[in-house]
Design a protein around this ligand. Structure first.
Ligand SMILES: Cc1ncc(COP(=O)(O)O)c(C=O)c1O
Length: 495
């Protein structure tokens, strides 16, 4: 049983990490001419960088070298620390190193998901169906469509007020319907649109009962919730493969991560080959190493990125993802309560967290304004960075928007409904990280109220471009006055 002193210590570390993200103190000049501190509510796209990651990488710089050698001090140190980064990943997702391996791929989750789809399609060609959900980011949908005969999309369940998590009954039905053909169930742990949390343990158990593997897209889960791949009380709930992105867990510049049961990748030639993955090469043949993770990491790896990621994971582990999840659950509940009180705001997905758990993100629309205009006004007039449109989850976004339009249809004329449909071809998303605060939520809420109450003013200030984006008629953000690579190099070298 943990004592209160330990929890206090963990909270202190969390406070230190969250208050010191390196890019929290960024200032921009707004359309009003004021210069204010930016409020970052775009962590679902990429989180800010923890200072500890920055510091670790700076301290590592003198010793930087290529890996896979112990011929000199730097190579030895880099090899050891790069290996430790793999062990740290396994530890972070509670994966038994005897059974699982972690390898780095590309710069985000997308590369890992493509690798998985190719490898598992090749390993079990007779299992030519993948089951996924309508909630997925395109990166956990299109790679499966490309490699498999059929991809089945399970709908979300209706919760009390709106759409909730994946519909488990429909999943079970699909597993029965495609019995013997399902290679794996690929599902997101947390939606990048609504922040709705999926019951991945139940999904794993169900998939395994039907002889399928389970692949978890943890791109939005890793930074917000604990992940337990192995050692679950019910072993059927253990996860076969988990994928996530370093840039979404406070270590931008780091690689994407795949953690997989080794047997799933054994016996098929790695998808990418070259240096580092072979035992021996002759002019007419080559022998791929059996060793994990080496066989899955052809070429010189992103060593600096992997070390930065390991620093982030270790720091988060010191706090404990259970505590982070609790804190974020409090913040998202606060955000939903605050936003629900904004007139004319439609929030997508179930907003009662006791009915349907959520973390990390809230997507919404002001009924009377285009999503792109709202995002631009939040940025240009309030220095609040959000994202808008469909977040690479078109089917899910479209389904939720259609559902609210159907609800509205009762009260609106055809013309009004058409106008609303045109404006709501996307949503606005506010998303959070460990550095997000209630004050940030308050600022967002007040800004939305103000924009809603002064919609004519903002409509006048902007013109809509053919792309659908909105351009301010008089204010122009010239990024070259803030930062350019060339200007920075010139400034340093020519001064
Ligand atoms: C749920 C989800 N899966 C996959 C991805 C793709 O991740 P990446 O851009 O790191 O490749 C994202 C990115 O936003 C995501 O939110």
């Amino acid at each position: 049983m943990e004592n209160s002193k330990d929890i206090e210590q963990r909270l202190l570390i969390l406070k230190k990490l969250s208050s010191e993200a390196v890019n929290l103190d960024t200032y921009y000049t707004l359309a009003t001419g004021e210069r204010t501190k930016r409020i970052y509510l775009d962590s679902t796209a990429s989180t800010l960088q923890l200072k500890i990651v920055h510091e670790v990488l700076e301290k590592y710089q003198p010793y930087y070298s290529n890996t896979h050698s112990d011929s000199h001090f730097g190579a030895k140190l880099s090899t050891e620390e790069y290996n430790w980064a793999h062990r740290m990943v396994l530890d972070f997702v509670q994966a038994d190193p005897e059974i699982y391996t972690a390898f780095f791929a590309g710069s985000g989750a997308t590369s890992g998901l493509n690798r998985i789809a190719r490898a598992l399609a090749e390993k079990n060609p007779q299992r030519d169906v993948v089951i996924t959900t309508v909630m997925e980011h395109h990166s956990n949908d299109l790679p499966h469509r490309k490699q498999f005969q059929e991809v089945v999309h399970i709908p979300a369940a209706m919760s009390t007020n709106s759409v909730g998590c994946v519909n488990l009954e429909r999943l079970e039905e699909a597993l029965e319907e495609y019995a013997g053909r399902v290679n794996y169930v690929a599902i997101t742990g947390v939606s990048n649109v609504t922040g709705i949390i999926n019951p991945i343990k139940e999904v794993a158990e169900m998939a395994h009962r039907h002889g399928a593997f389970v692949v978890i897209d943890a791109a939005q889960m890793a930074a917000h919730l604990p992940i337990q791949m192995s050692g679950n009380d019910n072993p059927a709930q253990d996860l076969d493969i988990v994928v996530f992105s370093g840039h979404k867990i406070y270590a931008p510049g780091s690689p994407g991560v795949v953690v997989t049961r080794k047997d799933l990748f054994a016996g098929v030639e790695p998808q990418e080959i070259g240096g580092g993955v072979v035992e021996d090469v002759a002019i007419d043949r080559y022998i791929i190493t059996e060793k994990f993770p080496d066989r899955e990491e052809a070429g010189t790896p992103n060593i600096v990125g992997a070390i930065g990621l390991a620093a982030s994971l270790y720091a988060l582990k010191k706090v404990g993802m259970d505590l982070i999840a609790e804190e974020e659950c409090r913040l998202i509940t606060y955000a939903l309560d605050k936003l629900k009180a904004v007139d004319d705001l439609v929030i997508y997905g179930e907003t009662d967290c006791t009915e349907c758990q959520r973390t990390g993100a809230v997507s919404f629309n002001l009924k009377t304004l285009d999503h792109a205009l709202v995002a631009s006004a939040l940025n240009d007039y309030f220095n609040i960075a959000v994202r808008n449109h469909c977040f690479c989850a078109h089917p899910y976004v479209r389904e939720m928007i259609t559902q609210t339009l159907i609800e509205e249809a009762e009260h609106l004329s055809d013309e009004e409904l058409d106008k609303l449909a045109e404006m709501h071809r996307g949503m606005v998303r506010a998303s959070f990280g460990i550095y997000s605060t209630e004050a940030h939520v308050d600022a967002l809420t007040e800004a939305l109220k103000y924009i809603s109450a002064h919609s004519d003013y903002y409509l006048e200030k902007y013109e809509q471009l053919p792309s659908g984006n909105f351009k301010h008629r008089t204010f122009n953000f010239d990024h070259t006055k803030v930062f350019t690579v060339k200007g920075t190099v010139d400034q340093i070298l020519d001064s």
